[in-house]
Design a protein. Structure first.
Length: 181
């Protein structure tokens, strides 16, 4: 496939971000990263994602195993890495350093946001159902799912906010005390 020179630096930037993050990212994750850091603009990024898909420099990870389009994750292909290895110097050194530092500082947070999921819904009685999940990263299936009842919206939000930090300990405790080895 031919790598179109239109927006080449922006395409390389997006490939570099995917390579440095070292995990597949959802479109929302990618858009959050690039807009928060002002590395690319929103509309340009969506167009570039589609172009990189068409040229097979990125791919959709297990698209058939997700229940919603928001859960589709993108990752860099071997061809994308090879292209990046030849042309990464087209990305300004300061931008490369910013991306590397961002990936080091935030990689775990993005990984957790994909593996440790939480949501809440209001019950008819005014309480809230809180669903806490740990997804198996490679197969995108639930490894653990817990539903609890919270008395108020603030309690439900608090439980959801705590989940990403507490999930590993909860899983370890349950596994060690329930599963026979």
């Amino acid at each position: 496939m031919v790598f179109d020179n239109d927006n080449m630096d922006e395409k390389l930037t997006l490939l570099f971000i995917l390579e440095q993050m070292e995990i597949p990212l959802t479109q929302n994750n990618i858009l959050d990263i690039i807009t928060r850091n002002q590395w690319l603009n929103y509309m340009e990024c969506i167009d570039i994602l589609n172009q990189l898909l068409e040229t097979n420099f990125i791919y959709k990870v297990d698209e058939d195993k997700v229940s919603s389009p928001d859960e589709v994750k993108y990752a860099i292909t071997y061809s994308g890495r090879e292209c990046l290895s030849h042309f990464y110097t087209h990305i300004k050194l300061s931008l490369r350093e910013d991306i590397i530092n961002f990936a080091k500082e935030n990689g775990i947070k993005f990984k957790r946001s994909q593996e440790y999921l939480s949501e809440y819904t209001k019950n008819e009685d005014g309480s809230y159902k809180v669903t806490l999940r740990i997804k198996e990263p490679m197969v995108n299936l639930p490894l653990l799912e817990i539903n609890i009842k919270a008395p108020s919206k603030s309690a439900a939000i608090s439980a959801c906010n705590k989940w990403s930090d507490k999930a590993p300990n909860v899983f370890e405790f349950l596994y060690d005390n329930i599963v026979d080895n």
